[in-house]
Design a protein. Sequence first.
Length: 245
Amino acid sequence: MNPLQLLVNGSRGRMGQTIIACAEQDDAVGVAAAVDEGDDFSAALAKCDAVIEFSHHTVTASVARACAEAGKILVIGTTGHTDAEVAAIREAAARVPVVFAPNFSVGVNTLFWLTRKAAEILGPGFDLEVVEMHHRLKKDAPSGTAKRLAEILAEVRDLSYAGDVRHGREGIVGERTDTEIGMHALRGGDVVGDHTVVFAAQGERVELSHKASSRETFARGAIRAAKWAREQPAGLYDMQSVLGL
Ligand code: NAD
């Protein structure tokens, strides 16, 4: 099979640069185009089989529409989308394969799986808190990964992200309720991405943690997702689908 030709969108960013470096070491893919703000996306799109999009949430909807129109595979790592932007991604997925994941690392996807299992086993007697830490330049909070962890907890407990997640605490906030899911975003230094889910009950506490020390784990996962999507029909997929979890 010919190498899968990639368009890397957000190519001058931290993730874009790492994806290009990892793609150069992988014989199954080539970098047909590297696009950043101000470059001609449409001209570059014609040269590729798949777009890997790690730029800014305001950019993704137009990238998704262009991929749907041109029949290109789309892998989205960008986080922080509004509901309207997610709707545009869903529309594109009706026409082409789209892998949309807040985190492409195998370890974090294992954490997603473990979090669901732990919430099911431990039950409603445990208070739930999610803590994340990222480098000081990260623009959105909480991270897409932390949001997904809270969504998983909410699904298991029959709660909702919008209604039951409590972002930070300040002042006389009163006692914690049984149903709130606490969410805390730390920022500083060059931290690539740490996530911990805390399950706390009377007399015991379980903590599930993942710590990324290199962006290569996300980059390799995104390239793996693009290769996997080559064999898939149109649809919206996540990294759990890619890994068969
Ligand atoms: P970054 O700020 O280093 O890079 C973003 C790049 O996008 C910049 O070079 C910027 O110029 C470019 N950009 C802005 N507007 C553009 C446009 N219109 N067209 C093309 N490029 C444009 O950020 P980063 O650390 O590389 O992260 C990028 C995104 O990926 C963020 O949303 C981040 O949260 C997310 N991320 C996801 C994962 C994952 O596994 N899913 C992992 C790490 C980061």
